[in-house]
Design a protein. Structure first.
Length: 166
């Protein structure tokens, strides 16, 4: 996404949601984040996963609308000169409106400010919608991880590894 495309996207979203505020995630927000996580994922992160990420110093941010409602969040881990997008989610009621692309843009800004050269992520092989969103955003597939994610009935599901130059 170009800066002009991002500005247009953000302007459209602000017309719909009011002022959008991206701020570092706090411990006090974790329960609200977990509520979204539980609503949108079959195998969600736990409260402990989020707290561990915060205590480890990962870049964790929330996106709120003008009324203070939590719209989404992302977490990025730094590894030398790479940013690993660990989690990105949009509240179920607000999906398919462009907020995910805005969160990706903002995660990239955070990573670039930290001097990261590229961003990596994994996406479930069965999550075709997210894979297409990441592709349209500019991520490319660079590999696969077998049995990476937990699945139903104690099975495992593979992950597609994707990369985006920053």
């Amino acid at each position: 996404m170009t800066p002009a495309e991002a500005a247009a996207l953000e302007a459209g979203l602000q017309a719909r949601f009011g002022v959008l505020e991206l701020a570092p995630m706090t411990v006090d927000e974790v329960d609200a984040v977990v509520a979204i996580e539980n609503a949108v994922y079959s195998h969600p992160w736990t409260r402990g996963n989020f707290l561990d990420s915060l205590y480890s110093g990962y870049q964790a941010y929330t996106l709120r609308d003008g009324q203070g409602s939590l719209l989404g969040y992302f977490l990025v881990m730094q590894a030398v000169d790479e940013a690993h997008l660990l989690n990105i989610s949009v509240a179920q009621a607000h999906q398919h409106q462009g907020l995910g692309r805005l969160l990706l843009w903002r995660a990239g800004i955070v990573a670039r400010q930290l001097g990261m050269q590229r961003m990596l992520l994994e996406v479930r092989e069965s999550n075709g919608h997210a894979f297409k969103v990441y592709q349209r955003y500019g991520f490319t597939e660079i590999g696969r991880r077998k049995n990476y994610y937990p699945a139903v009935n104690n099975a495992r599901e593979g992950a597609i590894v994707m990369s985006l130059p920053l």
